[in-house]
Design a protein around this ligand. Sequence first.
Ligand SMILES: NC(=O)c1ccc[n+]([C@@H]2O[C@H](COP(=O)([O-])OP(=O)(O)OC[C@H]3O[C@@H](n4cnc5c(N)ncnc54)[C@H](O)[C@@H]3O)[C@@H](O)[C@H]2O)c1
Ligand SMILES: C[C@@H](O)[C@H](N)C(=O)O
Length: 373
Amino acid sequence: MPIVKNVSRAVSQLLQSSGCGCGVSIVPVRCIGVSPRQVASDASFHSVSFAESDHPRVLITGGLGQLGVGLAKLLRKHFGKNNVILSDIRKPADNIFYSGPFIYADILDYKNLREIVVNNRISWLFHYSALLSAVGEANVPLARAVNITGLHNVLDIAAEHNLRLFVPSTIGAFGPTSPRDPTPDLCIQRPRTIYGVSKVHAELMGEYYHYRYGLDFRCLRYPGIISADSQPGGGTTDYAVQIFHDAIKTGKFQCNLKPDTRLPMMYIDDCLKATLEIMEAPAEALSMRTYNISAMSFTPEELAQEVQKHVPELQVTYNVDEVRQAIADSWPMNFDDRNARRDWGWKHDYDLPELVTTMFSFLGSDSRIAQAN
Ligand SMILES: NC(=O)c1ccc[n+]([C@@H]2O[C@H](COP(=O)([O-])OP(=O)(O)OC[C@H]3O[C@@H](n4cnc5c(N)ncnc54)[C@H](O)[C@@H]3O)[C@@H](O)[C@H]2O)c1
Ligand SMILES: C[C@@H](O)[C@H](N)C(=O)O
């Protein structure tokens, strides 16, 4: 009888302690072929990390998309080439394969992912695999599997192995009933795309695992990201990358959004800098676990005018894609990122003129691609 009493007291203490996020000692552990179950552990994830002198061992999922290769390059500079493993389900180009460790990892294969984390002693995981807004609408079952089931696998493995976990969210996590100008961190989130729904789910699940199990979950809501040496993966903001390539190649650009569609945007270097900064921020500095980050906001017309300062002969026409336009019309026009600036010192470097100049200096010469090799 006393044993039963002690056990029930311990269980009730554990349940009461949930919510503070500190010292919670139940971890969800999944057994292959068995439904999720819980085992006791004395881990405190907030304090568990690598020793001060060590570098984290990093895994990037979905690393061959627009953002992953640049992230690997930045992290390898900080933590050493062999401490950062890039992964994807696609075959890497030679220059990427030979620039550092690459591994096949399907986030829908829980066992394979767990094996990679264990065998490589991973301590930080950047979860980049996703189907973006436009391709997600074109294949909802796949988007649901990758963006939701895949996230569940990543969350369980991260909690089980005490990982620090970064999951990017997006301006697409807001919807038509959210305040759009500006959009604060905390407000109504009722997105109308499977992409947005899956990202709100990721934000909430990550925060739930943080408060319930102590998982060190960190999340940034990225604006549309603009990069010179990597192609976007099928989103609503892709036009803002394509215009540079078309301006150089043909001098003609057909935009699939209306000229006055205002969306938050960011240059890739700012995005990756923010990602590293929030992962390095001391836990005490983070009053929240999901932050908006912002740099600039523009319309296709404003971007075209800035591009025409470099390519005056550029001709821009508009052929609106109804799916993308409806998505863009439901997203924030301006992003309020005051909390990120206050809590961990977020500050962007690139506004529209610097972005455009930098894009042309990279695209004009192939210097950036050459540097990556
Ligand atoms: N690029 C942006 O403008 C932007 C903006 C906001 C948020 N984000 C987020 O940042 C992350 C990276 O974005 P991105 O632009 O590089 O995306 P992307 O679409 O370019 O790349 C996603 C990658 O995920 C991989 N992937 C698909 N299914 C997979 C699976 N089953 N297992 C493993 N990998 C799989 C794809 O092969 C692809 O290389 C995503 O989570 C995205 O939602 C991106
Ligand atoms: C905004 C972002 O999440 C992505 N670039 C998209 O348009 O889907």
